[in-house]
Design a protein around this ligand. Structure first.
Ligand code: SF4
Ligand code: SF4
Length: 150
């Protein structure tokens, strides 16, 4: 993978945009689109299956479909292209852009207090950037792309 492609996948904070549910090119969205296609007009038959199989779980199909519709719609092109949808107050993106840095570990101020992250995310941000610094972005990206995000 080229360094440019890696940068499009890994945000400056270290999070992997590709494994995010909101990413337009992520597996979660692609698989949700595929499942939605395969299910077709299942919602019309859900009531029928509830009676035929006597299973009340089919009552929840509407809720499931709403979630599937949500996952399959386009939300975010990734941190390098637009401000994060999940953490709209993220201070890392504008700051690294201003400083012309790819990742926070490259910054003299790292770890700073400008992220606007909560304590859990700050911990992850520090760990992720230390990891990128220690093992290199190629090895980091390889692991981050296959690691479960949720
Ligand atoms: S920028 Fe944020 S919302 Fe967008 S794909 Fe990356 S982690 Fe997800
Ligand atoms: S000041 Fe903080 S947020 Fe900005 S690039 Fe440096 S470490 Fe990242």
């Amino acid at each position: 993978m080229t360094p440019e492609k890696i940068k499009n996948i890994i945000a400056p904070c270290g999070l992997c945009c590709e494994t995010c549910f909101a990413h337009v090119e992520g597996d979660i969205r692609h698989l949700a689109v595929k499942l939605k296609e395969k299910l077709g007009n299942f919602h019309i038959n859900a009531k029928r299956f509830e009676t035929l199989l006597g299973d009340p779980v089919f009552k929840k199909y509407g809720q499931f479909k709403a979630m599937l519709d949500y996952f399959s719609s386009e939300h975010c092109a990734g941190c390098r292209k637009e401000q994060c949808k999940i953490f709209p107050d993220c201070g890392v993106r504008p700051c690294t852009q201003q400083k012309n840095l790819d990742f926070c570990w490259q910054c003299d101020e790292f770890p700073c207090d400008k992220t606007q992250f909560d304590p859990v995310l700050v911990k992850g941000w520090i760990l992720m950037n230390e990891k990128i610094r220690d093992i290199g972005i190629e090895a980091y990206a390889k692991k981050a792309r296959t690691r479960l995000r949720y």
